[in-house]
Design a protein around this ligand. Sequence first.
Ligand SMILES: Cc1ncc(COP(=O)(O)O)c(C=O)c1O
Length: 395
Amino acid sequence: MADVDVSSILARMTQAPFSPLEPSDRLLVGPGPSNVPESVREVMQRSQLGHLDPEFWDICSEVAAMLAQVYRRPSGLSFPLSATGTSGIEAVLCGLVAPGETAIVAVAGFFGSRIAEIARRRGAKVVAIEAPLGQAVPNEAILDALARHPEARLVAVVHAETSTGVRHPLRELAQALAGSDTLLFADCVTSLAGIELEPEAWGVDACASCTQKCLGAPPGMSPLSLSERALERIRARDEPVPLSLDLELVGRYWFERPAPYHHTAPILHVYALHEALRLVLEEGLEARWQRHEEVGRYLQAELRARGFELLADEAVQLPQLSAVRVPEGIDGPEVQRRLAREHGIEVGGGLGPSAPPIWRIGTMGVNATVEVADRVLEALDAVVAHRRRLAPASR
Ligand SMILES: Cc1ncc(COP(=O)(O)O)c(C=O)c1O
């Protein structure tokens, strides 16, 4: 491990007593987490059941049933891993690719590189197909790679690349892969419950997401969705995978009754996910996709009208994540600090050493409203005051 300076932390050991926490209120419009609706926060204060209590199993069954609806996957299995999105991706990759097997990975940003890195650590032979930041890897390039590597066991893409604001044309890729023995995995961390996603209808075998973005729960769980043939591959595998990432065991814990002990589920997070999914279904998936679409397009039009440039090509621009190029002569991180300090607003910066100077603005979950977009725009106007003002775009 790299040397780290822990002296300031150790110095705190003598600081006593510690006070109860009172975190600041923030409008979380970065790349995630987004703000958590009141009812999701409230449900986490209800009585904690034990994780092997049949009453808790009923809650888990409802979570799985709602997840299958939000993932629109009536067959196969949908259930959450008790971990964040990264581990969900790792668990799926461990299940679908064995050491020495080939995986084709589309890389056009930080999270595509992450998938490639996870697959390499699994011992897979990774064929990375790259595109410049702001673009999607063309599906033709992925299909060419598959023609050159027909032995590939998996094609992996990021549906919504949070580091650039780009949407991968996933439906088209899945359709082009129809009939192939190569499975298709999509990182749906930023897409689930925010933009159209129909894994079963399109033919996407495996998806991993998180709870803290368009779903609107706190971070801590990774909703997964697996097709029948992904499950077959997972069951047929004979190389060991890390126990906590073994999706066959995790699946049994979620679906067998009585549940065989695998780990202790984070019970209050399961309550939160239950409420978040309930809210998504109450709103309606299409209505939620539409809300994210309208607010994202409104924000982006207003940003362009102010002279800001977006990183993503317009044709593949996600609605829920706008990566805004920091204009020449402006200190991007300082603007972020002032937005937080003076306006209580968190926006993200570039991710990773190769990121260009950008701000990443997320309008996800409860924050996908015109009111929130206007609050962000007003704050940006105030902080980046010397920008030339152009006429605001019409709504
Ligand atoms: C596209 C994408 N994939 C994976 C992850 C990793 O998820 P987590 O931070 O929950 O581990 C993120 C997190 O921002 C993401 O945006």
